[in-house]
Design a protein around this ligand. Sequence first.
Ligand SMILES: [Zn+2]
Length: 353
Amino acid sequence: MPSIDELNSLLQEAKTKLAAATDEAGLRQVEIEYLGRQDGKLTQLLRGLADVPLEQRKIIGQRANEVKSALMAFLASRRQALGSSNVPLVDLTQPGTVPSEGHRHLVTQAIEEIAEIFTRIGFQRSYHPEVDWEHYAFAALNMPENHPARDEWETFFIDTEPLGKLGRRVLTPHTSNGQVREMEQQKQPMRMVNIGTCYRRQIDVSHTPMFHQFEGLLIDEGVTMSNLIGTLDYFVKAFYGPERKIRVRPFHFQFTEPSIEIDVSCGVCHGTGLLRQGFGGQACRMCKQGWVELGGAGMVHPNVLKAGKIDPKKYSGFAFGWGVERCFLMKAGLEIPDIRMLYSNDLRFLQQF
Ligand SMILES: [Zn+2]
């Protein structure tokens, strides 16, 4: 059964031993002897408290706590004096634990690179609404009422009925809504690149309902098709590499006249359409006979210039609008089985870029 005297002499005894210790090992030994959780002397005394009559228990318990605090304080001061510490030793020469660091999403990386390339040749990045009027998304782009793209199976409409002469609100199905908006704001000449989010009612292995496009628009006096082709050739070489070539095919779009489609020489088979020696001359799976389709372009239709209050007799221009995801996958030489992987947020996929 513990008593005040017993506690006092225990404290004295322990202090003497601590004072005599000359290193951390000695201090640690005394610490275990008196404060050890299992059978330290003070711990054992405290266990005996249960046998002490209630009226004394409070006084002895209080003294026991004082002794414990005093002992711990003395131990700490001895440690300090001996220059040791009970903090585990840290080897500062060991390599540290590197915190995991994220990076920008691959589509964001592609957007920034595309913007940077066009900025270099004088295009200004512009931003336009993702929810826009039917007027800017279709009518001003020379798409008549009955054009299939205006069907609601292709486009997300916000309103069921037109709200005024600008029509219904839509989630922009392409970045071309920025064309007439930009023409209305800017003084000529103008060069803009509008990179934005687009929405269409489509979802399968090669489509996501949300995707990105970049739209270029240049308007000036005397702009010709060769300016367009030169600009796109510059982009292709900057983005994909100087060895890549472009090919132009005639096409049809409502908002450009004439309209073209641009193909780029395949980066896998170097435009030959065949895999290199050692693969038995098999046909390349990335391309069609050495070329991959990039997207559409053309000279801005005079009706679109008129919708933007620009005189088509004085000014001409070109425009192009391409998919960011598609351009990125082609650059990476990736043939992913499902384009939705880009947005499924699986880190095992995203961390590779
Ligand atoms: Zn190829």
